[in-house]
Design a protein around this ligand. Structure first.
Ligand code: SF4
Ligand code: F3S
Ligand code: FES
Length: 247
């Protein structure tokens, strides 16, 4: 069964833009990205949209659909009423390049700033990881880098000025993953707090809510990392050691 859906799509570039109304055919089983592609094929050949896998795995097609950060390829048209106007806008936290395409280089810069895995003197094959440690970090490694979590976090969504000091949930989660890794020899607690803005996070959990991989970013990464930082700061032995200059 086909029907005609009303779409309102943001068109423009870094300078200016507006919402433009379109009426587009929808067929059974389709997702929002199918409709955007039909729109490109039939009415707006110059509409810019980033996508790759159409399977929820590349993280490219992030957008805001009726104000909710979503993957366009994983948002079924059947979740909307046939007479509903569906508004599609670019993710808001990063600068627009054109139409639905944003410049997400902020995220790559933050990724580069995190010191990589540090096995110390351990050689490949010398270390055997416990299954529970494997499982803990496996959840974080499901990340498809759609950056919807960074897009929705109010610390940078509403405050451009916080961007230099805050890595966002995706990269604080990366620090947590490395910090929890039993073979990683770096102590990442100080850099999480001082260089990547862990203290900005006030546990609103919006990041967890929008994650298409259902990673429990806040409960399993950010809160445990905060606890480790607090443990380092307030542990009386660490405090005494610091005073004596031995830690
Ligand atoms: Fe996307 Fe989830 Fe990864 Fe954030 S943690 S970038 S929301 S997959
Ligand atoms: Fe932001 Fe997630 Fe913390 S949305 S405030 S990083 S819990
Ligand atoms: Fe790859 Fe949507 S196109 S996640």
């Amino acid at each position: 069964m086909s029907y005609q859906a009303k779409f309102r799509v943001w068109r423009g570039d870094a300078g200016e833009g507006e919402l433009v109304d379109y009426t587009v055919e929808v067929n059974e089983g389709e997702v929002v990205l199918d409709i955007i592609h039909r729109l490109q094929a039939t009415q707006a050949p110059d509409l810019a949209v980033r996508w790759n896998c159409k399977a929820g795995k590349c993280g490219s097609c992030s957008a805001e659909i009726n104000g909710m950060p979503r993957l366009m390829c994983m948002t079924r048209m059947s979740t909307f009423a046939e007479d509903e106007v569906i508004t599609v806008t670019p993710i808001r936290t990063f600068p627009v390049i054109r139409d639905l395409v944003t410049d997400v280089s902020f995220n790559y810069e933050k990724a580069r700033q995190i010191p990589s895995f540090n096995p110390g003197d351990t050689k490949p094959g010398e270390f055997r990881m416990m299954q529970q440690d494997v499982q803990r970090s496996q959840e974080f490694r499901k990340c498809i880098e759609c950056f919807l979590c960074n897009n929705v976090c109010h610390v940078i969504r509403d405050h451009e000025e916080n961007k230099p000091a805050f890595a966002g949930p995706r990269f604080l989660m990366r620090i947590a993953e490395l910090e929890m890794h039993p073979a990683d020899e770096s102590d990442r607690r100080q850099i999480a707090q001082d260089d990547h803005g862990l203290g900005f996070c006030n546990i609103t959990k919006c990041c967890t809510e929008v994650c298409p991989e259902h990673i429990k970013i806040t409960d399993n990464a950010l809160i445990p990392l905060k606890e480790r930082v607090a443990g380092k700061r307030y542990d009386p032995l660490v405090w005494l050691g610091a005073k004596l200059g031995i830690v």
